[in-house]
Write a protein that binds this ligand. Structure first.
Ligand code: 4AD
Ligand code: MG
Length: 433
């Protein structure tokens, strides 16, 4: 709550904190106190307290919130080589017996997520998450983008249409947004360079280490950007965040065992390969199971592609049948669309999906129809009339992308599961707490 930072710097101050650990031996009680800035050891000697006070000290449980005053002194044997001799002690709120003990199953820690968020590990990750948000905004703001706020409730899907959470909206059906892209496009026709930073929802039945049902989605959209400019924006943004973390969160990265030199080496340019080149690489590495042109990549393919990479890679020009309706046909190879995915190294998977956007009315109508046919999706065009309007009234070329923030964090911190990149993960089998 406050004071540990000052105490670690050697200043005598009032500390408000939680009791992280507790142990006693004879007439001495050792407390490890915790606030958001770290841990410090505090020691109480029986002779300094009245009997009543000592009883309280003996009874106080871990995770109680307390206020203490005392003298800071060096002690090579203590945590951080500093300790506080407690002179005054007040319980703000005595905790009940804490349900999380030292060795716990992942499921229990998720059941008690609201409490587990106080663990040192989660504190460090959540601080870094906050810095990632800050750095992302800082970079896009510096490039002249405006942050916009899209609606979360919508009638229009953007990606596949089949992964939407349906909600009852008064007397009609609506959905939780799976991407704010379409609204970002509308606002790009007013503000020219925009980004939306909001949750997206995917009713994906995937039980993987990189799928959430609710995730935070950073979606820039900019007029007169083409695929090359888009890739430059992406690699600059990702590098800015990776490098920036080393400056802002050096201690937290160390505590999480993240190699800071690795993060500092994330710099443009990132490797660019086409879908077709990627396909060939996969087939060369895995002769026993050949992919054919048009196949999508799964976890296994992503791993084959990126296992030895140190930096993310771009994969461009995917087959149109496996990409959404708004992506323009590539004139040089009409089987493909003008799009790019960014794959994180070491098999962490896709962190960004983006493309140029179809900006001409007739072309867009054509691609809607084609997508319905080839992907078996039925679009209710009434819900897209406003999106088509954008192509009728002063349209212009533009492009944009969407980055999954938890995917990015999972890679940057080398987390095993995406769940730890968000405070309250929503997955197919968990909406609580
Ligand atoms: O590739 P996606 O589906 O692209 C879009 O939604 C575009 N409309 C974005 C745009 O161009 N504005 O999703 C973009 C990114 C993925 O690359 C991935 O990082 C993340 O969103 N993502 C998920 N993250 C966590 N859990 C899920 N279930 C995710 N699905 C996508
Ligand atoms: Mg994608």
């Amino acid at each position: 709550m406050s004071g540990i930072k000052e105490a670690l710097e050697g200043k005598n101050t009032t500390i408000r904190a939680w009791i992280h650990r507790k142990r006693s031996s004879g007439g001495v009680i050792f407390l490890i106190l915790r606030d958001r800035d770290g841990l410090i050891q505090a020691v109480a000697h029986k002779e300094n307290f009245s009997e009543e006070e000592w009883n309280e000290l003996e009874k106080v449980r871990i995770e109680s919130s307390v206020e203490i005053e005392g003298e800071v002194r060096k002690n090579e044997k203590a945590l951080n080589s500093i300790e506080i001799e407690i002179k005054k002690f007040k319980i703000i709120s005595n905790a009940e017996p804490y349900p999380i003990t030292e060795y716990q199953s992942t499921e229990l820690l998720l059941d008690y997520r609201h409490l587990w968020l106080r663990s040192e590990r989660m504190i460090n990750i959540m601080k870094i998450r906050s810095y990632v948000f800050k750095l992302a905004r800082e970079y896009l703001d510096s490039q002249g983008f405006f942050e916009i706020t899209p609606p979360i409730i919508t009638k229009a899907g953007g990606e596949t249409g089949s992964q939407l959470f349906e909600i009852k909206y008064f007397d009609e059906k609506a959905y939780l947004t799976e991407s704010s892209q379409l609204y970002a496009e509308a606002m790009a026709f007013a503000l020219e360079k925009v980004y939306s930073f909001a949750p997206s929802f995917r009713a994906e039945k995937s039980r993987t280490v990189k799928h959430l049902a609710e995730y935070w989605h950073l979606e820039p959209e900019a007029l007169f950007y083409d695929l090359n400019k888009l890739m430059e924006l992406e690699e600059n943004l990702v590098s800015y965040i990776a490098n920036g973390l080393v400056k802002l969160a050096s201690k937290e990265l160390e505590m999480l065992g993240v190699n800071k030199d690795y993060l500092l080496k994330i710099n443009p340019p990132f490797k660019r390969i086409t879908y077709e080149e990627a396909l060939n690489i996969i087939n060369q590495k895995r002769p026993e199971k050949q992919l054919k042109w048009g196949d999508d990549f799964g976890v296994e393919e992503e791993r084959l592609l990126t296992m030895e990479e140190e930096k993310p890679i771009f994969i461009t020009y995917w087959p149109k049948e496996i990409k959404p309706f708004y992506m323009p046909i590539n004139e040089k190879d009409p089987r493909t669309v003008v799009c790019v995915d960014m794959q994180a190294p070491h098999g962490h998977g896709e962190i960004i999906g983006g493309s140029e956007r179809i900006w001409k009315y007739d072309e867009l109508i054509e691609r809607f129809k084609e997508t319905e046919k080839s992907q078996g999706i039925k679009f209710n065009m009434e819900n897209y009339s406003w999106y088509l309007d954008l192509r009728k009234f002063g349209s212009a070329p533009h492009a944009g992308f969407g980055m999954g923030i938890e995917r990015l964090i999972k890679w940057l911190l080398n987390l095993e599961n995406i769940r730890d990149a968000i405070p309250f993960p929503r997955t197919i089998n968990r909406v609580k707490p």
